[in-house]
Write a protein that binds this ligand. Sequence first.
Ligand SMILES: [Zn+2]
Ligand SMILES: [Zn+2]
Length: 144
Amino acid sequence: MSGHGSAVDMLRSQGYRMTPQRLSVLDIVASQQGHIGVDEVWGLARQQHPYVDLATVYRTLQLLKRAGVVTEVLIGNRLHFEMIDKHNPHQHMVCSSCDSVFTLSPDYLAGFSRRLVEEFGFVPDLENLTIGGTCLACLQSEQA
Ligand SMILES: [Zn+2]
Ligand SMILES: [Zn+2]
């Protein structure tokens, strides 16, 4: 949860104007432990800026993503965002039945990544990769 101040510096150095609404969206994502859905960001932002609309919140999140401050995760059909934590990189697995999110060390994909480079000369960008599937709890309840 550090990084907020440096995120603002980073945005300013890239020439982004940090309006109060943008700052409040950044604050909301930065104060989360993990991912937050666009709707929840909007709900919290409206407590501070009652007239902020969803489109503004969404555009701000996209701006933060382009600036390299946040990353997006698709959970079910809803977009979530979280701060990029360079000290704690992780991939996401999302259960398509219950929308639970599991985090995964990038080690799991290192071998896969290497093979793509070796066999295809293709350098994959797996940072935004989300692995869909079914979690253990859902599998077990299906079998019950
Ligand atoms: Zn995450
Ligand atoms: Zn599940």
